[in-house]
Design a protein around this ligand. Structure first.
Ligand SMILES: [Ca+2]
Ligand SMILES: [Ca+2]
Length: 160
């Protein structure tokens, strides 16, 4: 499928993760059956036909890795998505497709080796909320933020 992806249809409870480079490298986008077809087109177009590798997972398996955190624009893991490995992000600027990400996150998946702290303002100021998957021993989903919905401006990801 090298550089030929133009559409994708997924079964219920399945997600696909498309990567810019081979061997799951470069920018990546997550697509699932909850996403509207129009959004999916935007996603694929944003990669400019550069998709070179892909993972598909169904049921309890997740396309979110053990050592990363993925944050979604809408509730229930819908809309645009930005994934971060271990480290600090002083300002949540853009999604991989270039759309503005500040003050948009509404749901997330935390990889089982990680925790994430979300901050209301840039540079880790303001209200902070922590989500950890480490004690759960598996990826943790938060379907809708009770706090900091559409407010996150910086974050810190810690992984063991
Ligand atoms: Ca949102
Ligand atoms: Ca904010």
């Amino acid at each position: 499928m090298n550089d030929k992806a133009s559409s994708i249809i997924l079964g219920k409870n399945c997600s696909a993760r498309l990567y810019e480079h081979g061997d799951f490298g470069g920018r990546s986008l997550i697509y699932n059956e909850r996403r509207k077809a129009s959004e999916a087109w935007g996603w694929l177009n944003s990669l400019n036909d550069q998709v070179s590798s892909m993972k598909v997972r169904c049921g309890e398996q997740s396309v979110v890795g053990d050592s990363e955190v993925c944050l979604f624009e809408h509730g229930d893991m819908r809309g645009n998505v930005a994934c971060y490995g271990k480290g600090d992000v002083r300002f949540v600027d853009k999604y991989p497709d270039g759309a503005a990400a500040n003050d948009t996150f509404s749901s997330l998946v935390v990889g089982k080796n990680c925790s994430v702290t979300l901050f209301e303002h840039g540079d880790y100021f303001g209200m902070a909320v922590n989500y950890s998957a480490i004690s759960a021993g598996k990826n943790v989903k938060v379907n809708w933020f009770q706090e900091l919905n559409d407010q996150t401006s910086s974050l810190q990801v810690r992984c063991r």
